[in-house]
Write a protein that binds this ligand. Structure first.
Ligand code: PLP
Length: 399
């Protein structure tokens, strides 16, 4: 590696860069997780995290990666053999489906081409056909991290209601939480699954379930075996400011700092920032003459962009060149997209200049790796970003 100096650019779509303020908040001696200082911390973060899900309902915090929260959402609400309706948005939807199968559920996949989000009309049609209400839950990945396509979560809610179907609604927000607008209560979601390592700007290690009253009621009769993931015990002891087992204490200090940062910026501005960076990145990709994997413009993600490689060029070879030459990690193509796409993460602790540095690394990497492209992607992105700094037209004349 020739160029190791300076900070590594971690531009995978999560885990994301952790701000120094969060690192400093975690850099402290471990405290007694059964003592008063922990009780005060847990009470603060359990209340604070609700604001990020835009919910008044309880949010459970697991010391686990996102996969744990996926499993928790299913085992707390469903019974062996239950049918669940899922939509094939990409790799992560496929993994959630496999997990459901392993738990003894009967998931049904509505087929997708990995280039757009879930289709509410197809979901409504399938639910209307389920007159016996055998489907017990609809499970959707909000932001499919393998493709950079966003599913219309509010519209899927409307589709479930239009079909008059009582299924629970479970949504994975692991790569959209604190990056893309998401409203657990207003959008009528029953369980929202989240993770710490993306928009929340924390290291991996925490994951979440936001839980509606309907989901809570379902958990009382759900028949799947559960122990570690059991909401009942967790919520009872959370109400006193504690956990039923050893919590990830220092990550919770980090979470508190991350919540402060998100609220200081304001959630609306956080969402706008991600949307702008998504737009600027897509402009860059188009200027390079390359193709964005997500082909439905309304579904294009603000947290990452997956870029298709020209035929005959290997995305992993290109990523290796970028790492060696510019000390930057880009996301790889997952499962059937392996070698065919690379993913640019633009979520979390990120600003205009981090994006321009990232895109410059991509543009120089394309040249260094001999990937056919047009120059000018960085300039196209700068043109989008510079608009924010422009003085309003004729502002002086009006004074
Ligand atoms: N769902 C989505 C959308 C993800 O992006 C990921 C991981 O990147 C997961 C689920 C699985 O989470 P984890 O790897 O933290 O277990």
């Amino acid at each position: 590696m020739a160029t190791l100096q300076g900070r590594h650019f971690l531009q995978i779509p999560g885990p994301t860069n952790v701000p120094d303020r969060v690192l400093r908040a975690m850099d402290r001696p471990t405290i007694d997780h059964r003592g008063p200082e922990f009780q005060a911390l847990a009470t603060r973060v359990l209340a604070g995290i609700r604001t990020i899900f835009q919910t008044e309902q309880p949010v459970v915090i697991y010391p686990a990666s996102g996969t744990g929260a996926w499993e928790a959402a299913l085992v707390n609400t469903l019974s062996p053999g239950d049918r669940v309706l899922m939509f094939e948005t990409g790799h992560f939807a496929s993994l959630w489906k496999t997990l459901a199968e392993k738990l003894g559920l009967r998931p049904e996949f509505l087929e997708g081409d990995w280039r757009q989000g879930a289709d509410p009309a197809a979901i409504e049609a399938r639910l209307r056909a389920d007159e016996a209400h055998e489907i017990k839950a609809v499970c959707i990945v909000h932001n499919e991290t393998s493709t950079g396509c966003v599913s219309p979560i509010a519209d899927v809610r409307k589709a479930i209601d239009a079909a008059g179907h009582p299924a629970l609604y479970l949504v994975d927000t692991i790569s959209s939480l604190a990056s893309l607008d998401y409203r657990h209560d207003a959008w009528g979601v029953d369980v929202t699954v989240g993770g710490s390592q993306k928009g929340l700007m924390l290291p991996p290690g925490l994951s979440f379930n936001a839980i509606s009253q309907k989901a809570l009621a379902a958990s009382k009769s759900a028949g799947l075996a559960r122990a570690y993931w059991d909401w009942g015990e967790m919520l009872a002891i959370n109400a006193k400011g504690f956990f039923p087992y050893t919590p990830a204490t220092n990550l919770l200090f980090g979470l508190e700092a991350a919540l402060e940062m998100l609220h200081e910026e304001g959630l609306e501005r956080v969402f706008e920032r991600h949307a702008r960076h998504g737009e600027a990145t897509r402009r860059a990709v188009r200027a390079w003459g390359l193709e964005v994997l997500c082909r439905e413009p309304a579904h294009a993600s603000g947290s990452l962009t997956a870029v298709m490689m020209p035929d005959g060029h290997d995305a992993d070879g290109f990523r290796a060149t970028v790492l060696q030459s510019f000390n930057m990690s880009l996301g790889n193509g997952l499962s059937k997209l392996a070698g065919r796409v690379f993913r640019i993460g633009h979520l979390g602790f990120f600003n205009d200049l981090s994006l321009i540095g990232t895109l410059a690394g991509v543009e120089m990497g394309l040249k260094a790796a001999g990937v056919p492209h047009e120059a000018g992607g960085v300039q196209a992105a700068m043109d989008v970003l510079a608009k924010r700094g422009e003085a309003p037209a004729a502002s002086h004349a009006a004074e």
